[in-house]
Design a protein around this ligand. Structure first.
Ligand code: NAD
Length: 290
């Protein structure tokens, strides 16, 4: 396929490289001056999009996605597919999909989980929203860039799945960290705490697979000085998107709201910026009851 790829940052660059490596003809564009192995660079987004069978975007936020979509949709050939893999708000995803379908394009919102490591290894998980025809066109590319793709429903369903998942992740990470900090103060050994919880009803991905306590459980960012991993500011971005969606859908999400507030405080007023999101444990460790 002829593929345009717009947004070649930490995630986009390795994803585009994997598509080129698999034999697709990839033309990229990024505002920054970047080079990606196997990818020809265009002078603008519109140039990368024109004549492409599929255009993939991997951009920082919904506002940038909307402005890039305004530029590239008129340049795309009828029947081509616009696949947005960025994590953005549900409203932007739906607006861009509507704009694309009214221009006779196929549209998929397909945010990912798996991080930079997953992008490089081609093991991302895609959560996709869009028509069956749009998903079918994108699926072979998801197979190259990832190991799993779930068609979640119509436009916006991929972003909805992503932010609901990450709202659970933020909340459970906080719950796991505050429980470890309480266990410390109760004189409970961390290894014993892990041995019990990881095999009891308090188990979770954050405890069992990504344990925030150094030296306990499988290898995780905690064992590497809390170098991300998944940075606290990216968790904050996703939690804010969950709250934006909850506002517009009139959903009551008290735990998501509390997690957003805590990560906001951690990233903006404490030392959370640039640290893994599991560094909430040393944060709680230092605190007493208010
Ligand atoms: P990044 O900042 O490294 O990359 C974004 C790229 O977009 C940059 O290279 C930037 O120059 C480019 N860009 C910005 N505006 C542009 C424009 N108008 N035209 C062309 N290029 C433009 O970010 P990233 O880590 O690659 O993340 C990309 C998306 O993936 C985000 O939405 C993020 O939330 C999501 N995501 C990231 C991770 C992660 O671990 N990094 C994991 C899952 C999802």
């Amino acid at each position: 396929m002829k593929i345009g790829f717009i947004g070649l940052g930490n995630m986009g660059a390795p994803m585009a490289a994997n598509l080129a490596h698999a034999g697709h003809e990839v033309t990229g564009f990024d505002m920054a001056d970047v080079t990606v192995e196997g990818v020809a660079m265009a002078a603008s987004g519109a140039e990368a999009a024109s004549g492409a069978d599929v255009v993939i975007t991997m951009l920082p936020n919904g506002q940038i996605l909307r402005s890039v979509a305004n530029e590239i949709i008129p340049a795309m050939a009828e029947g081509a597919a616009l696949i947005d893999c960025s994590t953005v708000d549900v409203d932007s995803a739906r607006t861009v999909a509507e704009q694309a379908t009214s221009a006779s394009l196929l549209a998929v919102d397909a945010p990912v989980s798996g991080g930079i490591g997953g992008a490089a290894a081609g093991t991302l998980t895609f959560m996709a929203g869009g028509s069956d025809a749009a998903f079918a066109k994108a699926a072979p590319l998801f197979d190259i860039m990832g190991q799993k793709a779930v068609h979640c429903g119509e436009a916006g369903a991929g972003q909805a799945a992503k932010i609901c998942n990450n709202m659970i992740l933020g909340v459970t990470m906080i719950a796991t960290c505050e429980a470890f900090a309480l266990a410390d103060k109760l004189g409970l050994d961390r290894q014993k705490m892990f041995d019990v919880v990881s095999t009891s009803s308090g188990y979770s991905w954050t405890m069992n697979a990504y344990c925030p306590a150094p030296g306990v459980g499988p290898d995780s960012p905690a064992d590497n000085g809390y170098t991300p991993g998944f940075a606290a500011e990216l968790m904050l971005k996703d939690l804010r998107l969950s709250q934006q969606a909850a506002n517009s859908a009139d959903a009551d999400t008290p735990m998501g709201q509390a997690a957003t507030r805590l990560y906001e405080q951690f990233v903006e007023n404490e030392d959370g910026m640039g640290r893994d999101f599991s560094a909430m444990l040393p944060r709680f460790e230092k605190r007493g009851r208010l």
